[in-house]
Design a protein around this ligand. Structure first.
Ligand code: F6R
Length: 260
């Protein structure tokens, strides 16, 4: 695992976007997208590179981590709509190449199985961008999620619903209680996991995920079991990390031949 502490949140987003762009330029057939606020800077960087540096997403499949269950089609907070508004509609992605779990399906377990099949059919996901919940969730794998889980329904914790109420006009009652989410096993199948966390509110979760025990009660600690992980944090999110000096030393002394 490589841990990069950037000077500020904006730089964290740019670095995450550059890493994703490099995968696309190297011929990624599929990439994994997250929603929420953490990856927005990365998406801005990808949009910039599309406009200014001929980055193209034509022929690339994109897979979202998760989706709320029960929101109507086109609801601005459905993740399928959110990712269009914030990212994919601003570049040359083909709409049908942007996939998300079907949170409106009559048969939710069948929709979960179908999503796993779609990911498998795409070949491997080259790079998966991730945020982290303040409670350590990854995707919507809440504390207690099996470390080998696959796409399935999860019940959101009260903490996550309260955190996400900001996207629903601050109204907790509008936040769905259930979601479809890639499992921790599904996420772990991607070649390169890039997690971005900014702000003091993420400091405990980042420290637990990176330096704490691997545990279903901190789902993001599954990153410790993956062979290729880049964690990008701003100084506020790094506050509770113990090995900061080492992380900084490793990045400063990164061999010229070694990419992220
Ligand atoms: C979103 C997702 C979640 C978020 C996490 C952090 O697709 O899977 O795990 O990444 O809740 O959310 P933000 O970035 O809004 O703090």
């Amino acid at each position: 695992m490589e841990l990069v502490i950037t000077d500020n949140a904006a730089e964290a987003g740019v670095l995450a976007g550059r890493i994703m762009a490099d995968h696309v330029r190297r011929g990624a057939r599929a990439i994994g997208l997250a929603t929420g606020s953490s990856p927005l800077g990365a998406y801005r960087e990808l949009i910039r590179q599309y406009r200014e540096q001929e980055l193209s997403f034509l022929g690339v499949q994109a897979f979202l981590l998760d989706e709320y269950i029960g929101l109507p089609a086109g609801h601005p907070q459905s993740y399928a709509q959110f990712i269009r508004d914030e990212f994919t509609a601003h570049v040359d992605f083909t709409d049908s190449d942007v996939h998300s779990p079907d949170g409106r399906a009559a048969d939710i377990p069948a929709a979960a199985a179908d999503y796993e099949r779609r990911i498998a059919a795409s070949g491997r996901i080259s790079v998966q961008i991730l945020g982290i919940g303040a409670n350590g969730h990854l995707g919507f794998n809440e504390p207690g999620s099996s470390l080998r889980s696959r796409t399935r329904v999860k019940t959101l914790t009260p903490k996550t619903r309260a955190d996400n109420a900001r996207f629903f006009d601050g109204d907790l009652n509008q936040v769905p209680t259930h979601v479809l989410t890639q499992g921790l096993g599904t996420i772990s199948d991607a070649d390169h996991l890039v997690m971005i966390a900014t702000g003091e509110g993420k400091a405990d979760a980042v420290a637990a995920a990176v330096e704490g025990p691997v545990s279903a009660f901190c789902p993001a600690s599954i990153l410790q079991m993956h062979p290729h992980v880049t964690v990008i944090v701003d100084p506020a999110a790094a506050t509770n990390l113990k090995a900061v000096d080492y992380y900084r030393f490793a990045v400063q002394n990164k061999p010229a031949w070694q990419s992220f």
